[in-house]
Design a protein around this ligand. Structure first.
Ligand code: 13P
Length: 244
């Protein structure tokens, strides 16, 4: 498994349910990986699993990631993709617990904890998403929700070197809204300093990140990078965010 702590900054692209062979060809051209500096920035592109083979070996110095993995390792689970299959497909990272998987597909903290363990057992670094709804925020429940998500979805054998946490307020995803810089800094401070054992974890911010706001967000204390949805579908925009 890759040692995450050697990187200063992590910039994750989450394509969600987007992409095609044609899109991938164009994306690779625009990304022009051979010209990307092999530096302290860890760029990770998380794509639909059927296309992993089309990007395998073509992203260096960036890394390839999945968007979810099965709770199960093998057997009669039609439609599932296991951690070992992701590993076979050159995945080094995998998003788990994205709010879209939690809300639309009913995944619980317990499911996510199992997925994280499966990924770690196959030497894939999990990127664990947490975040509150607007209603929870309005009711001042953000910290309670995050505490529960963290304590229930991160297994005891997780380490700062293996697991990345991504704070994505659900109301900020795809809406163009973001918390204030102060709010982001406060939440990241809370995760690192007020929940025990997480002070040296890498914590990313996600939700309506683009090349206009990436630099100030990544400049905040305790923010170690960003998780980007919509804006990452444009390779040039993704590169700009990496270099912000
Ligand atoms: P947007 O960047 O489109 O708001 O999506 C964020 C996200 O869900 C990344 O995982």
């Amino acid at each position: 498994m890759l040692k995450i702590n050697k990187f200063d900054r992590i910039v994750v692209a989450n394509w969600k349910l987007n992409g095609s062979i044609e899109f991938i060809e164009q994306y690779l051209k625009e990304l022009n990986c051979s010209k990307l500096e092999n530096s302290s920035i860890c760029g990770i592109i998380c794509i639909p699993s059927v296309y992993l083979h089309d990007l395998a070996g073509k992203l260096n110095p960036l890394f390839l990631g999945g968007q979810d993995c099965s709770n199960y390792n093998k057997g009669a689970y039609t439609g599932e993709v296991s951690a070992s299959m992701l590993k076979d497909s050159s995945c080094q990272f995998c998003i788990v617990g994205h709010s879209e998987r939690r809300q639309i597909f009913g995944q619980s903290n317990k499911d996510i904890c199992i997925k994280v363990m499966n990924l770690m057992a196959h030497n894939i670094n999990p990127i664990i998403c947490i975040g509150e709804t607007y209603e929870e925020k309005s009711n001042n429940l953000t910290k309670d929700i995050l505490y529960t998500q963290i304590s229930k979805s991160i297994p005891e054998n997780a380490t700062q070197d293996s697991v990345i946490i991504a704070y994505e307020p659900i109301w900020a995803i795809g809406t163009g809204l973001t918390p204030s810089l102060e709010e982001i800094e406060n939440i990241h401070f809370f995760i690192k300093n007020e929940i025990q054992n997480f002070e040296n974890y890498k914590i990313l911010y996600g939700g309506s990140v683009n090349s206009n706001n990436a630099s100030e967000i990544m400049g905040l204390n305790n923010v170690d990078g960003v998780l980007v949805g919509g804006a990452s579908l444009d390779a040039l925009e993704y590169k700009k965010i990496m270099n912000s």
